[in-house]
Write a protein that binds this ligand. Sequence first.
Ligand code: AMP
Ligand code: MG
Length: 331
Amino acid sequence: MKRFAALAMLCFLLLSGCTARTEDHVFFAMDTLITLRLSGADEEDFRLAEELAAEIESSLSRTRAESGTSRINNSENGIPDADRHLQTVTELSLRIARETDGAFSPAMGALTDLWNVNGGGPVPAQEAIAEAKSHADYRTFTAAESSVAKTDPAAKLDFGAVGKGYAAQQMVLMLRQSCDWGLISLGGNVGVFGEKPDGTPFKIGITNPKDTSAPIGYLLIDEGFVSVSGDYERFFEEDGVRYHHILDPETGYPADSGLSSAAVWSRDGARADALSTALFVMGAQKAMEYYNGHPGEFEAVLITNENEMILTPGLTWGETFLPAGDSVENP
Ligand code: AMP
Ligand code: MG
C-alpha cells in the first residue's frame, strides 16, 4: 500500500511537472485594472508586462504633462520626436479615422475635455460645444517618420478609444514569446494567445448593457482581440438624461445611434478597440455597411437600446457567439 502511494505521488509530480502552471496577475495602469492569466509565466514576465504598460501609458496618456501626447497637445504645431508607440498609434488612428469617415477620431481632446464625463459634467453650453467641435478635426494632424504635426494649435489628441487595445496587443506580442497561452484584459479590451491544454476556445463575456453585473452572451475565440464600447461604461446624469463618454464627432454630443454597446473581434488589438468606438457611433445600419466594405477585418456583436443582439455574418449563434445561459467554462 505504501509503495502504491509513493508511486502515485511520483506520477503526480511527473505529470504536474509537464503541465505549466496557470497564474493570475492583476495590476493598475492606464486608468484601469489589468488582468493577466498566463500559463508558463514567471515573475519576470509579470514585471515586463507592467513595465510595458507603464511605457505605453507614459507615451499615450493625455493627463500626464510629460507624455508625448501632452507635448503635442500643448504645442503650437506638433513635435519632431514622437516615440514608437505614439508614432504607431497616431498613424493607425488617422488611418481608421479616414476609413470610418471620422466616426472614430483621435482628435476629440477638445470635446472630451469640455464634456468632462469622468468628472460628472455638467452638460456644456451649445456654443461651447460648437467651438470645441471646430478644434476636433482629425485632418488637422499628420504623422510622418517620427514627427506628429498639427495645423490647428488648439486641436488635441485623445487616444482613449484605441490606447488600451494597442496595449493589449503589445502585451500579447511580448508574452506569447515566453508563455504557453494567455488571456489578458484591460478595461473592456481582451487579448488571447496560444492554445489551452483542453483545446477549447477562449470564452469572452459581453456585458449586458441593461444589467452590467451579468454577461448578455459570450464570444468564443481562438485568437485575437475583443474590445467593447458601451454607454454604460462611463456617464453622468443631468435632469434624468444619461450623457455617456462616446461622442459623435459630427454633432459634438454623446452618440445617439440606437446602440448601447458594440463588441468587436479583430486580429489587431488597436483596430478592435478603435472599431468598437466607431461602430458604436455609426449605429447598426452603417456598421453593417462598413463591415461589408471591409471583409475579413473584424466581426462584431451590436446591442441595440432595446437589448437586441445583432451579429456580423462571420459569427454563428450557438457556436462562436453563445447567448448567456448556454454556458461553456473558461479556463
Ligand atoms: P471606448 O471606450 O474605447 O469607446 O473609448 C471612449 C473614449 O475615447 C472616451 O472616453 C474619449 O476619451 C474618447 N472618445 C470619445 N468619443 C470618441 C470618438 N468618436 N472617437 C474616438 N475617441 C472617442
Ligand atoms: Mg474603443
